[in-house]
Design a protein around this ligand. Structure first.
Ligand SMILES: Cc1ncc(C[n+]2csc(CCOP(=O)(O)OP(=O)(O)O)c2C)c(N)n1
Ligand code: SF4
Length: 287
């Protein structure tokens, strides 16, 4: 049996003291241990950014893609090796900005992966420019007169596109976040957990205290009620709900790929023996 220490690497952590990423990292390591997963069973994919450094700090299989490009390799890896627990972890800029298109189409595909977005409402690594989730009016060095765009609502959009698991967590509510991660990792399909994560260096508006005053753990919410989930997803201000907004499984991408079903699906693609002779008839036909 593994403890969370088994998931720690010897890499020096390059986050600012007090950054909300530390709590998310710790909760992830505890979650993996408590789910009794061993390091070789997990693949962690990320893009670029502060949040995206996480594969360096967790002792599992890891993949660092380009900015915004964490989801496609994660989906590919999941198809190639269905014995892996695939987790994508990235920032709000990475996921909802640069990776917006992949975000939309991954939800439509519904692969069995868990997606934990560290949402600090800024581009942290590049020194705090506004991101798609920044609150209107927030001043940054680039948006000196304040953000003028309406914020992107990832949870509402995910629900609209038919995501089966949609949740919001907060890095300051660690036990609660662990329950969300466990539920997302046990969910058969694409599971989104948007995690509010204070960036102490660049987001002086949405601070730890700002979130702490507002977040409210959901009680008595029926997570199969899509309309109630949408109402919760749109709630942002004096009260910010956290918890599982929606949880209803639908057929996964993998379950609809013939090559992964029946006699073909007995073992993951990655472990199957490939005999080039089986392609001989195709070569004859096309060459
Ligand atoms: C295509 C592309 N555009 C811009 C950059 C520069 N860049 C690197 S990290 C980053 C911001 C990351 O912000 P976010 O995804 O919100 O993550 P955080 O650092 O806040 O965790 C940017 C703009 C890049 N690497 N590639
Ligand atoms: S810049 Fe912000 S997100 Fe990046 S490590 Fe520092 S506090 Fe964390």
């Amino acid at each position: 049996m593994f403890s969370s220490n088994c998931f720690i690497t010897d890499q020096e952590i390059a986050w600012c003291p007090g950054c909300g990423n530390f709590a998310i990292l710790e909760v992830l390591q505890e979650t993996l241990a408590e789910l009794e997963l061993s390091p070789h069973q997990v693949l962690l994919c990320s893009g670029i950014g502060q949040a995206a450094k996480i594969p360096h700090y967790v002792r599992v299989n890891g993949f660092n893609g380009l900015h915004g490009r964490a989801l496609p390799p994660a989906v590919g890896a999941r198809i190639a090796n269905s014995s892996l627990k695939v987790i994508v972890q990235s920032g709000d800029g990475d996921t909802y900005g640069e990776g917006g298109n992949h975000f939309l189409h991954t939800i439509r595909r519904n692969p069995d992966i868990a997606h934990f977005v560290h949402n600090n409402q800024v581009y942290g690594l590049t020194k705090g420019q506004a991101s798609p989730t920044s609150d209107p009016g927030m001043k940054t060095k680039v948006q000196a007169a304040g953000v003028i765009l309406s914020p992107f609502n990832p949870l509402s959009l995910a629900l609209t596109l038919g995501a089966g698991f949609v949740a919001r967590g907060f890095s300051g509510e660690k036990e609660h976040l662990k329950q969300l991660m466990k539920a997302a990792l046990s969910f058969p399909g694409y599971a989104l957990v948007d995690i509010l994560q204070p960036c102490v260096s660049f987001n002086k508006l949405n601070t730890f205290a700002w979130y702490k005053k507002r977040v409210e753990i959901l009680k008595n919410h029926e997570p199969t009620d899509i309309e109630a989930a949408q109402r919760l997803a749109r709630k942002w201000g004096e009260k910010i709900p956290i918890g599982i907004f929606y949880e209803v499984p639908t057929p996964t991408f993998e379950s609809q790929i013939p090559a992964l079903q029946g006699k073909w699906g007995k073992e993951p693609l990655a472990y199957r023996h490939f005999d080039p002779n089986t392609l001989a008839h195709l070569q004859e036909e096309f060459m």
